[in-house]
Write a protein that binds this ligand. Structure first.
Ligand code: IVH
Length: 675
């Protein structure tokens, strides 16, 4: 095919898949197939550099960081919205709108989500994404075009040549923020309190390559130009151009319908993957908007109905200090349990000792708590009027609550630290971290069991988790440990031992500054733990400096970690206990064509071969292995003696129950074989 034609075709296909993935949340091809298209495009551009243009998906991520901030004057001011909080204020707003229009005018409103992110202006010229700017003070914002180009939910080109000035919000899905925070936690970086801060911070980074790593999305909600008669038509037109919109607007022809939308939305908004903090009510007809105009700060044709974040009062029963895996102590308020934003809270973060001192939080105080970003509960304020007469200011601990070692305050930090490397509190935190989802993912090993393992001397380091199968009788002697739970735990340990990749093992170790992304890069280079342990410190330093994305600080942290005798001993012990820690070859392309692609399997019961071997075979053919049947598990491969409950669970989730022979049938089928 003519290279130019193929180039256009590939650009279009990739743009469509970006939309399916990032906007519609409904990917149509596997990551491997997407990569293949992208690689083909890159190859084509290497051979025909004349084909490269700013609208090619290969050009989303820019080169060097920007020198500094460039200001842009908004051609149309970016107004913010006045807030209201209750029903009677809605009626007042409606009255003001009607007063501003000819008597008896028919007014329709559009109600839509108030997205809680960072506001953005986007300009398309001649069908191309030409400018992205932050709101700034409404008149002058920051030019963040290079960063906005990395946001893959926003097309680089659209089939509309007229100029389009759009307003929208940069958002981060809650689940994506969890992943970012996990990564930041593992790198010892401060966490983002909520998606809004994370979105705003990421949008303004000077290095667009860093922005590209953040899972930003855009949802558009206003067209500045007057190409349509009404707002709802404008929103529909945006969606038809392939631009990302929230799609949740509703045309309300009277206040009753508006009221219902607001109530319903407040009930359902927690089901959305992103944060919202209210409903924006807008006059639908654009001619009416023009008649109403704006005040100095706000349009008269729109208003934000804000939902107050739920705040509740409760009493502080105690103030404890949690020991983290680095030894840092975090003060935590132990509360009289109370329900807030959908769950019962009995502990709330007090951040650090300076925060406690500043708010003067005391045991016995009545405090107001809320969930920051509706996730992490925190103490907002103290109700001094309710303070009992006999309270005392909180004293920061002088010794570690877990090991009684004298704590130290690190200069320049608000944190107290336990300096004891053998502290059981630190070990518990490390074990918790090691076995979590993003690390070794040992199912069935919760915090209370970890406490018991440490307290009963069954775990002295993270590797001991893999020695548990040899300590069955000691395990069974633990309080509340039955035969069945012991079996389940040991099965999870077995799976973790043989199924985690080298990069997962590296992440799980909690090496300072080494997050999931860097761990992958290291794993890609060294392939397995043995090889990493066998390089000398000098070689390691040199080789790490050649890996993209690994800076000198991180490299030094890794070299120090691996130079420590205790750490090396733990790593050797992991290998000796049979932990595989091998990075699979990047077979996503091969696996992508495997017959089991897109299907997931849970294997259970007595089978003709070891379960591990069957798991491996499933993975090699592109399938996913689930340890338990859950929502979305495609097949339960049932051997002999499968319990009734397993089968019932499978039925409940619509999981197909098949035999080992059926599995072989699937495996020998061609790509995308189905039963
Ligand atoms: S319309 C002139 N619609 O809320 C009207 N704004 O508090 C322009 N926001 O700065 C805004 N969701 O960043 C509009 N559906 C929505 C919105 C929305 C969130 C933000 C926007 C604005 C802020 C005002």
């Amino acid at each position: 095919m003519d290279p130019r034609k193929r180039h256009t075709q590939l650009c279009q296909q990739i743009a469509e898949h970006d939309r399916a993935y990032y906007v519609l949340d409904a990917p149509r091809i596997s990551d491997g197939d997407y990569d293949a298209l992208f690689q083909e495009l890159k190859g084509l551009e290497r051979e025909h550099p004349e084909l490269v243009s700013a609208s090619s998906p290969t050009q989303r991520v820019g080169g060097e960081p920007r020198e500094g901030v460039t200001k842009v004057e908004h051609e149309h001011a970016m107004f913010s919205l006045d807030n209201i909080y209750n029903e009677s204020e809605v009626q007042e707003f409606d009255r003001r709108v009607r007063d501003g229009l000819v008597a008896g005018a028919v007014v329709h409103y559009v109600a839509e989500p108030k997205l809680d992110g960072a506001s953005l202006s986007v300009v398309y010229r001649d069908g191309r994404l030409a400018l992205g700017a932050t709101r700034g003070d409404g008149k002058v914002g920051e030019d963040v075009t290079v960063n906005v180009r990395t946001i893959r939910s926003l097309p680089l080109t659209i089939p509309e040549t007229r100029k389009l000035t759009l307003r929208g919000e940069v958002i981060i899905y809650r689940r994506d923020l969890d992943a970012i925070n996990e990564d930041r936690l593992s790198r010892g970086l401060p966490l983002f309190a909520n998606p809004r801060n994370a979105a705003a911070g990421s949008l303004r980074l000077l290095d667009a390559r860093e922005t590209a790593q953040r899972p930003l999305r855009v949802l558009l909600y206003e067209v500045v130009e007057r190409y349509h008669a009404t707002h709802h038509q404008a929103l529909t037109a945006l969606a038809e151009l392939g631009l990302p919109t929230h799609g949740l607007h509703h045309l309300c022809k009277d206040l009753d319908s508006l009221r219902r939308y607001i109530d319903d939305f407040d009930k359902r908004r927690r089901e959305l993957p992103y944060e919202t903090d209210g409903v924006v009510v807008k006059v639908d007809e654009l001619a009416q908007r023009d008649l109403l105009g704006t005040t100095a700060r706000f349009p008269r044709w729109a208003i934000a109905y804000k939902f107050a974040p739920e705040r509740v009062s409760t009493v502080v029963r105690g103030i404890e200090s949690d020991v983290g895996r680095s030894g840092a102590l975090t003060p935590v308020a132990v509360l009289e349990p109370v329900a807030v934003s959908g769950s019962v809270v009995s502990r709330a973060s007090l951040h650090n000792i300076d925060y406690v001192a500043e708010k003067d939080v005391r045991v016995g105080d009545t405090v107001v708590i809320e969930k920051a970003g509706e996730v992490i509960p925190q103490v907002v304020s103290v109700d001094l009027g309710k303070r009992p007469p006999d309270t005392l200011p909180w004293q920061a601990p002088k010794t570690c609550p877990a090991c009684s070692e004298t704590v130290v305050r690190v200069e320049g930090e608000a944190a107290l630290r336990c300096p004891n490397p053998r502290c059981p509190g630190r070990l518990k935190a490390l074990l918790f971290y090691f076995t979590r989802r993003s690390g070794m993912d040992v199912d069935r090993l919760g915090i209370s069991l970890i406490d018991q393992l440490v307290e009963h001397g069954l775990a002295h380091d993270v590797a001991d988790i893999f020695a548990l199968p040899t300590k069955r009788s000691e395990l069974l002697a633990l309080p509340r440990m039955g035969e069945k739970s012991c079996e389940n735990l040991l099965a999870s340990v077995e799976i973790a031992k043989t199924s985690r990749t080298f990069s997962q093992v590296l992440t799980a170790l909690g090496i300072p500054l080494l997050g999931t992304v860097a761990a992958s890069a290291v794993a890609e280079r060294y392939r397995n733990l043995r090889a990493l342990l066998d390089v000398s410190a000098e070689e390691l330093t040199r080789e790490l400096s050649e890996i993209h994305g690994i800076g000198p600080k991180l490299a030094a942290s890794l070299v120090t970690y691996l130079g420590d005798r205790h750490n090396r001993a733990v790593a050797e012990k992991l290998l000796a206990l049979g932990v595989i820690a091998q990075e699979p070859e990047r077979t996503s392309r091969v696996a992508a064509l495997g017959p089991l692609l897109g299907s997931s399997f849970c294997v259970t019961g007595v089978l003709s071969r070891p379960r591990d071997a069957i798991h491996e075979e499933i993975r090699a053919a592109g399938g996913e292995v689930h340890e338990r049947v859950k929502q979305g598990t495609t097949y339960l491969v049932a051997g002999d003696k499968v319990g009734e409950t397993k089968l019932k669970t499978a039925q409940k989730h619509g999981t197909k129950i098949i035999t080992e022979a059926d599995l072989h049938g699937l495996l020998s089928a061609g790509p995308s074989g189905q039963l």
